[in-house]
Design a protein around this ligand. Structure first.
Ligand code: N01
Length: 541
């Protein structure tokens, strides 16, 4: 590292999403010197990166926002599930309203970091994406708050680099790219794929969807919110923000804990109908909790979902591919995307589906995609809606060296290790929010950004008051946390699915559940216990 140090800080926050912005604002207001670096060129976190057509949040805006009154007093949402542009505008508003812009460096990608055991400081190397200049930053605490979707997963399909049309991942969509009249392939049918497919189907010349596993998409119902609806919401916000920590996923609604064995078939069906009519993720994260423990309950909910979905698809062969009689995985063990016209799109003459379990993709040629039946499908554009190396991909991408000289990729080779989902032994003064082994993927992002974030803020304040300069996860606490997660996960049906929750989407990655499956209230209780016991599970000095 030859370049000179440009900044000396108490805290360097990396990532401009909900977690990063929350830390920057709170720590700065408490007198810490803190800066935020973000690789993207503008505000928004994932909402800056994911500019694909139809990108839209699928948790209700009521709780998909900061709880800071200075923001929600003034900000009005236009609908319940706002689109990407509105979400990015929200982030810009927050950054300006709280005067954060002067402490954020956009277009700055953190590439490496080393810890100095004598001074208990990190030296962090970053690259200015505009000038290509290398920056060095020295900080006592280094908070890589990278979310679950910062590392795009580009599949290793032979020939991809030879394709002569345009090929890009949904999270690297060229801004404003026009699909009109093009022959398009979309690989992947998760939440991103479903949104892209339903949005571009009406405008492209031809769309071929390459499906590996069918989605169990639920209806998104997004009423418009006028000024008076926003005023009404403002009356409710204080209670909503207070109560969110009592629910499993940090949402306005909770799963139903009543055992389904105690529920009549009529009541079960009536409940599913009620949740279906509400739309959004209600059938899943507001449904019977038993579905996560008992595959038979998952099957009943799947059958309900299928009976609602089949009438939407005209061709019976296609219907069986999109909503097969045998569930492809227990309902709920893969994330339910939300849709408006996804299933209807397949009734259009210009939309085809290739089931790549039947006819796998063999290779990509300069002209298109060759499948195992020898057919070459020709395209102008290939969209990779193939998801992310979630939970740890953002961390392992940075060359951070532990006190033993190992990278995160090396330390996590046999699985991620953390105490409380907060820190990893060998990486002192690095703390995570919404990281591996925290509720993350099972928790509404802003809820966990703030509630987990409060633990970090209080910890740093506590250390400052006591004159402490170093915090590190204890290896025995990591083992305990690992075993606790393992026990919880083994009781659920999640291990039965090849999902990104299980890391099954990333070839070679250890198969394990890295989102805490015990629910937000239990997780927060464990965090509180640790803090009240002098940050049990961590070594402070
Ligand atoms: O990614 P995914 P995503 N060959 O991993 C397929 C959040 N999100 O970007 O299921 C062929 O879910 C893969 O197939 P399979 C949300 O938390 C939120 O869609 O692994 N296919 C799957 O169909 C979400 O869960 C919002 O068999 C391959 C798809 O690609 C998370 O981000 C919007 C393949 C990937 O689906 C990720 O969603 C969007 C290969 N080699 C995303 N590799 C909103 O809030 C993967 N696939 C609205």
């Amino acid at each position: 590292m030859e370049t000179s140090v440009v900044e000396e800080l108490d805290v360097l926050v990396v990532g401009g999403g909900f977690s990063g912005i929350y830390q920057l604002e709170r720590l700065r207001s408490l007198g810490f010197s803190v800066k935020l670096y973000e690789a993207g060129s503008d505000a928004g976190g994932v909402w800056h990166w994911n500019q694909y057509p139809g990108a839209r949040v699928d948790t209700e805006a009521t709780l998909y926002q900061f709880s800071d009154e200075r923001i929600w007093r003034e900000w009005n949402w236009s609908e319940v599930f706002p689109g990407q542009e509105e979400l990015q505008a929200y982030f810009r508003f927050v950054v300006d309203k709280l005067d954060l812009r002067k402490d954020i460096r956009y277009s700055t990608r953190v590439t490496a970091a080393q810890f100095d055991e004598d001074t208990n400081n990190w030296t962090v190397e970053s690259r200015d994406e505009r000038t290509r200049e290398t920056l060095l930053t020295r900080a006592r605490f280094f908070l890589p708050l990278l979310g679950t979707g910062s590392k795009a997963l580009v599949p290793n399909i032979p020939g991809l680099e030879d394709f002569e049309g345009d090929a890009f991942h949904t999270s690297r969509w060229p801004k404003g790219y026009d699909m009109t009249g093009k022959r398009v392939a979309v690989i992947g049918t998760g939440a991103s794929g479903v949104q892209v497919i339903q949005s571009i189907a009406p405008e492209v010349d031809h769309l071929t969807v390459f499906q590996r596993t069918p989605a169990t998409a639920l209806p998104m119902i997004s009423p418009r919110l006028d000024a008076s609806a926003n005023d009404e919401l403002r009356q409710r916000y204080p209670d909503l923000f207070k109560d969110r920590e009592t629910t499993f996923a940090g949402l306005e609604y909770d799963v139903i804990f009543t055992p389904t064995a105690e529920v009549s078939d009529e009541e079960f069906d009536a409940t599913c109908e009620r949740l279906w009519a509400k739309g959004g993720l209600q059938l899943w994260l507001g449904g019977y909790a038993d579905m996560f423990f008992n595959a038979e309950v998952g099957k009943k909910i799947y059958d309900f979902w299928r009976q609602k979905t089949l009438p939407r698809i005209e061709d019976p062969i296609l219907a069986e591919k999109l909503a097969p009689a045998v569930p492809p995985y227990p309902f709920g063990t893969k994330r339910c995307p939300l849709e408006y016209t996804y299933y209807d799109a397949f009734n259009q003459d210009n939309v085809d589906l290739v089931d790549i379990r039947e006819t796998p993709i063999e290779r990509i040629t300069p002209n298109g995609i060759v499948t195992a039946d020898g057919h070459e499908h020709e395209f102008d554009v290939i969209v990779l809606a193939t998801g992310f190396d979630s939970f740890t991909g953002g961390l392992t991408d940075i060359d951070v060296r532990s006190t033993k000289g190992e990278s995160f990729a090396e330390v996590f080779r046999d699985g991620a290790r953390t105490a409380l989902g907060r820190a990893t032994a060998g990486f002192p003064n690095i703390l995570y929010v919404y990281g591996p082994q925290s509720p993350s993927a099972f928790c509404n992002g802003p809820t966990c950004a703030e509630l987990e974030g409060d633990w970090v803020v209080e910890c740093l304040v506590n250390m400052r008051e006591k004159g402490l300069t170093r915090i590190e996860a204890a290896p025995e606490a990591e083992q305990e946390w690992h075993d606790h997660l393992d026990t919880l996960a083994a009781a659920t049906t999640f291990p039965l699915a090849n999902s990104w929750y299980m890391n099954a989407n990333v070839p070679g990655k250890k198969r394990e559940l890295l989102a805490y499956p015990g629910g937000l209230p239990m997780y927060l209780e464990k965090c509180r216990e640790s803090a009240e016991n002098g940050y049990a599970g961590f070594v402070l000095s």
